[in-house]
Design a protein around this ligand. Structure first.
Ligand code: ADP
Length: 500
């Protein structure tokens, strides 16, 4: 298959967040860079997002290109057009009652899901469907609609009802977030009644957005090969493993790439000192700057650990807190953590920093620029996720010479090569990994880190710079998606509601 040599495709990429417009997690990084990478192959790629206030602010200049009447909206829904980069036309779905509110796309200021999320994302899906069928007055019909996560999960089933539909691909970025609601919610959304069935969107007597994407799309993907296998098991499948098995011949894992223009230690505007693998010794200047910025003792020989991420159980931050007493007993160790999320974890982190002001610095909040400086400053990046569909921070860490310490799961297993004696000698090791999601296993792994650290510095430098030289750019992943688009177009799936 080499679809990338064929004629240009028209691709509509639908997501609820995309960098640089709006971001809460890894989905935004993907939705901000994959469309650009696809457009570099000559395809006509357009992105569609809800018009959150922050997205509107960052996407200006915008022009109104359509106004739609959609079920569920009292007022006409405007489509505003802007640009992602130079090539990717971006449509913002402007329904102020649904999207013009402060803060996070999914939760209110107190961290609770917006009560009308099902209405909000059903409306978003209806707008995507309208564009996909060329009903929006944009004079453009895509060949492919690439949907992402549950917020777009109703698009494949709604399109499956149409004879002139484009092909659909649905990517699972995290199966733990499913968009599940009681039956009464389904009833108030005015969706086709036939959707309420075992073959449709009903899931254990509930209504499931993500099931729409999985059951009805022409092809399902997830963001790493290992996670594509893991979600077929009860441990990682959340009850959807049966359906995923059923679709296994149309399920692939495509590793996320990273945007090497945004994450480049040799040109990153957030850094005090640029460096690359040839000038690895300059990296420690960033450590001194970060120590000063966060109020830690300035010491280039301190062994600096870092962690960045959403503070949720998935990410295993509790495991880091559990091993902290042992960690801080080591000579000249420091730890920097950046994150926001569950209040109890935020409080535990704040308390820890207060107890150890000379060793631990914690920043609770979301700070993109600080994330870049942490990646540049650390010796080691700890990422003990219980599960990780792909994970981006370990990829940024590799690029920035911060040796990742990861649990061997999902994308972490696919991207970090453990520093076993053999891998070190062969010069292929890029980090450290462990299997069990326990503090004991993490600690055993860290003991291997300290052992290597005590050897002559060339060993550590070889490990870190081997990581820096890895290629996780979007090119090869974008080619893989293009092959999948072609498959999806050539072999449309049968509507599961019409199979019986
Ligand atoms: P997930 O999508 O599960 O949150 P990923 O590792 O795939 O995890 O992506 C997380 C992205 O969000 C990375 O780009 C990471 O740097 C960023 N990020 C997460 N939390 C923060 C924070 N508090 N401040 C800055 N960036 C953050």
């Amino acid at each position: 298959m080499s679809s990338h040599n064929n004629s240009p495709l028209k691709i509509l990429f639908a997501a609820s967040e995309a960098q640089p417009f709006i971001k809460t997690g890894g989905l935004a990084d993907v939705a901000g860079s994959l469309p650009v990478a696809l457009s570099h192959f000559g395809h006509d790629v357009r992105l569609v997002l809800p018009a959150y206030p922050r997205a509107v602010e960052r996407a200006i200049p915008l022009k109104e290109v359509a106004s739609l009447r959609l079920t569920g909206a009292l007022h006409p829904v405007r489509i505003l057009e802007g640009k992602l980069g130079t090539n990717v036309t971006t449509y913002l779905v402007d329904a102020p009652d649904f999207f013009n509110r402060p803060g996070n796309p999914y939760v209110d200021a107190s961290g609770h899901d917006w009560g009308d999320n099902p209405e909000r994302f059903t409306l978003f899906c209806r707008a995507i469907v309208s564009i996909a069928l060329n009903h929006a007055g944009l004079h453009w019909q895509p060949d492919i609609v690439h949907c992402n996560d549950w917020q777009t999960g109703l698009v494949p089933p709604l399109l499956a009802m149409e004879w002139n539909r484009p092909a659909t691909v649905f990517t699972i970025h995290n199966l733990a977030y499913q968009g599940m609601y009681p039956r009464a919610v389904f009833d108030r959304l005015h969706l086709p009644a036939a959707f309420w069935s075992y073959q449709g969107l009903e899931f254990h007597d509930h209504f499931s957005f993500i099931k729409g994407g999985i059951a009805f799309s022409d092809w399902v993907t997830t963001v790493s090969p290992t996670y594509a296998e893991e979600i077929l098991t009860p441990e990682f499948g959340y009850g959807l493993e049966g359906l995923l098995h059923h679709r296994a011949d149309r399920l692939s894992g495509v590793l996320n790439g990273i945007d090497y223009e945004v994450w480049d230690p040799a040109a990153d505007p957030a850094l005090a000192q640029h460096f690359d693998y040839k000038t690895f010794n300059l990296k420690k200047i960033n450590k001194l700057h970060l120590q000063r910025e966060l109020g830690l003792p300035e010491n280039e020989n301190a062994f600096l650990f870092g962690h960045i991420g959403r503070l949720v159980e998935q990410k295993g931050v509790d495991l880091i807190l559990d091993i902290l007493p042992d960690l801080l007993e080591q000579e000249a160790v420091q730890l920097v953590m950046l994150g926001s999320g569950h209040v109890s974890l935020e409080n535990r982190l704040r308390d820890t920093a207060e107890m150890h002001p000379d060793k631990v610095a914690v920043y609770i909040g979301y700070d993109e620029s600080l994330a870049h400086r942490i990646e540049a400053a650390c010796d080691c990046f700890i990422m003990p996720s219980r599960f990780e569909p792909c994970g981006l921070n370990q990829l940024y860490s590799l690029r920035y010479g911060s040796v990742p310490v990861v649990k061997r799961t999902g994308g972490l297993a696919d991207t970090v090569i453990d520093a076993t004696a053999k891998n070190l000698l062969d010069g292929v090791a890029t980090g450290f990994s462990f299997d069990e999601p326990s503090a004991a296993a993490l600690w055993e792994c860290l003991e291997r880190v300290f052992q290597l650290r005590s050897r002559p510095a060339v060993w550590w430098e070889k490990l870190a710079t081997t990581g820096m030289k890895q290629d996780f750019s979007w090119d090869s992943s974008a080619k893989h998606y293009l092959d999948i688009y072609q498959e999806a177009m050539n072999n449309p799936a049968v509507n599961p509601l019409k199979q019986h």
